[in-house]
Design a protein around this ligand. Structure first.
Ligand code: GCU
Length: 682
């Protein structure tokens, strides 16, 4: 069963219903492959594996003139002219990496054609076709055209060269630098397969807090091996570039982006990388943030730094993902305002192959944050999303939290840029401003644990991230449904309740950790349990008290006009909404307002009672998750059942820990009793 854990959503569980099997087998009597690239070979191998496992029969491979009731796979140019003609309108619609799956009847023969403009698109189509069978969907009369809405769908690994993973809770790094380049772990291949199955097409191998050594020939040789292993799956390798690398590994005295030696050093370095990896993706850079080096060390700015690297990469088609996660202690009235203040003046100044990578919210991957005000604020700048898949502030790999719910909430947020309906998704997919490059990054939750992600349900967050990167308009409920069916079971008695449990899990964590807009009150450093009392760190904005500002007078961070005025960074419609305490959504209340303990909530409760009741609600929700799961023993394998059960028991205890710790702490200020319905701390 460790094996089941390992197989992620690619279980290809054998069907038991004879009728269903017969139906599929009638439609799939053979496979014809047109072409023999590495990518098509893996597509065929996947089809063989999936179909044989699910349907219990090896499907024969046929020559290309024999097929009837068969699957035909190949890219556009490999298709016979008649088929190309038949698929004309589909090929007009589909983008570069999009796929077509169509049932075509001609001259009395009926076949399913899986195609696209290139081989990777065909591979995506194959995975999609297999998913139809995994989830018991009909494969009669198919007419699917599905194109990714973003160009760069990428994982960010915060993996260090010593194999520790910053904010990683699933073991050590997958990359075994010690045995690379000679040893190619099967895991590298399965990693690439899993990513391809959900359309992820890029991976940044190393931590944003980068070590320059990754750019030395010794490491580049290892990186090259990984890139070669990933290539058939359409997965491109990127690296983080430490800004001071020219000093650390290049022997230069400076890393000033306007210095000609520095410029040349990067040009040569980039050429060296492309000589090894012709399809290298480019660099991700964290500069002048949390002590990392950057152009500001030399009196230059983000544009100088990003453009210098972009110019080195441009001749090879590479890009720079320049992070907007910047804040400093020198400007500490409100950390939430800093990225916007620093970046907006640069709009229109970045090169076309630079894309600014913005975290979903203005602080740091909290259980809930309003959307980052930078989304939509730089119309002339490519802007990409950075989500966190690893649960730094959401209970690590111990708590079950289904993150696509969070992602969806952010993507659906209305920025009102260019008017009503301008969702974050429309900025990210480039449709609002017609950007040159678009993308979504996710900080990976993957390590060398047997089950990849620590918590079996954290696999759903990797899966859901990929699906939303492909299509930011997908509903998280549909994603949960697909994932459950392909990972565990198609039995509705299992799928329905467990799906509900997943969908509610995100609100549960918000409730038992940071209800009503509270944020960043996790204990310091590790960010695991509660620590609202922490107030002894050197930088003010690292202390939880900075964020909740609880006192006898009340609680919350006033970011409205009367406070830090961070609301002004949103367009007037949105600013007005957040600014006015009566229109501010209650889920964001204490993010934007400091209110007295007696403030009346919409429910009629006082703020104090409302906070306490929310903490209790979170605890109750986790108890309900436990109860749901406990009824599922008969539907899945014992091992995964047990693992999840044990983890939910921990979550149950820790939800109470959060409730009790936060309420006891805040109670010193409110001076009020707990309302009816809230359990007393024991
Ligand atoms: C958070 C996280 C750090 C990380 C940083 C970043 O602050 O705690 O570990 O380096 O984000 O995104 O750069």
């Amino acid at each position: 069963t460790a094996q089941k854990d390992y197989k992620l959503w690619l279980q290809y569980e054998s069907k038991t219903d004879r009728e269903i099997i017969t139906k599929y087998l009638n439609t799939i009597q053979g496979i014809t492959i047109l072409g023999n690239s590495e990518t098509l070979k893996v597509a065929l191998a996947e089809l063989d594996l999936g179909l044989e496992n699910m349907l219990g029969k090896k499907i024969t491979h046929q020559a290309d003139n024999k097929q009837n009731n068969s699957i035909v796979i190949g890219n556009k140019s490999s298709l016979p002219l008649a088929l190309q003609e038949n698929l004309k309108s589909e090929f007009e619609k589909v983008s570069k990496d999009g796929f077509i799956i169509k049932t075509i009847t001609s001259k009395g023969k009926k076949n399913i054609v899986i195609t696209g403009k290139n081989d990777v698109a065909v591979l995506y189509g194959v995975f999609n076709f297999l998913r139809l069978i995994q989830t018991n969907k009909s494969i009669e009369n198919l007419a699917i055209v599905d194109s990714p809405k973003t160009d760069i769908r990428i994982l960010n690994h915060w993996d260090n060269l010593d194999r520790t993973v910053e904010r990683g809770y699933a073991g050590f790094s997958l990359w075994n630098w010690h045995t690379l380049p000679d040893f190619i772990d099967q895991r590298y291949i399965d990693y690439a397969r899993a990513n391809a199955s959900i359309g992820i097409n890029g991976t940044v191998l190393n931590n944003v807090n980068a070590n320059a050594l990754i750019l030395t020939p010794q490491y580049l040789e290892k990186v090259q091996t990984l890139a070669t292993a990933f290539r058939p799956y359409g997965l491109k390798v990127y690296l983080t570039a430490r800004f001071s690398a020219p000093i650390e590994i290049g022997g230069l005295k400076t890393a000033d982006p306007l210095d000609s030696n520095v410029i040349n050093w990067w040009k040569n370095k980039v050429a060296e990388i492309y000589a090894r990896i012709p399809d290298f993706g480019g660099f991700l850079v964290k500069a002048n943030s949390e002590g990392q080096p950057g152009p500001q060390n030399y009196g230059r700015n983000h544009v100088d730094g990003a453009n210098m690297l972009a110019d080195a990469l441009a001749p090879f088609g590479g890009i720079v993902m320049w992070r907007a996660f910047v804040y400093s202690e020198h400007d500490a009235d409100d950390r939430a305002k800093q990225a916007y203040s620093e970046f907006v003046p640069y709009d229109g100044k970045f090169r076309d192959n630079v894309i600014v990578q913005v975290k979903n919210g203005a602080i740091d991957f909290q259980p809930r944050e309003p959307f980052h005000p930078l989304f939509g604020a730089m119309p002339k700048t490519n802007t990409m999303m950075e989500f966190q898949i690893t649960q730094e502030y959401l209970g690590f790999s111990t708590h079950l939290v289904y993150l696509p719910k969070l992602y969806q909430e952010v993507l659906e947020s209305n920025t009102y840029r260019k008017g009503n309906g301008a969702t974050v998704a429309k900025i990210i997919d480039g449709s609002l401003y017609n950007n040159k490059i678009t993308g979504i990054a996710g900080v990976a939750n993957i390590g060398n644990d047997l089950n990849w992600t620590g918590h079996p349900f954290a696999q759903a967050n990797w899966y859901g991230f990929g699906r939303l990167a492909w299509n930011p308009y997908l509903d998280s409920e549909i994603i949960a449904d697909e994932w459950l069916k392909s990972t565990f079971s198609n039995d509705e008695n299992f799928v329905k309740p467990v799906k509900e449990m997943m969908l509610q899990s995100r609100e549960a964590v918000v409730n038992y950790m940071t209800p009503l807009g509270l944020h960043h009150i996790m204990d310091t450093g590790h960010h695991y349990g509660p620590g609202p009392w922490v107030n002894n760190l050197s930088r003010p904005e690292w202390n939880p008290v900075y964020y909740h500002k609880a006192s006898k007078n009340g609680i919350g961070f006033d970011r409205s006009k009367t406070g830090s005025n961070a609301t002004v960074q949103y367009v007037p419609e949105v600013a007005k909404l957040f600014d006015d305490v009566t229109t501010c959504p209650e889920k964001d209340l204490l993010w934007f307002h400091h209110l007295s303990w007696d403030y009346k909530l919409k429910s009629g409760h006082t703020l104090w009672d409302g906070i306490a009741l929310k903490y209790q609600e979170g605890v109750d929700e986790v108890a309900a998750m436990n109860a749901t799961w406990n009824k599922m023993a008969n539907y899945i394998d014992k091992e995964r059942f047990k693992e999840v059960q044990m983890l939910l028991n921990i979550q149950n205890k820790e939800a109470k820990w959060w409730r009790d710790a936060c309420l006891l702490y805040f109670q010193q200020f409110s001076g009020k009793e707990l309302p009816k319905g809230v359990e007393k701390p024991t």
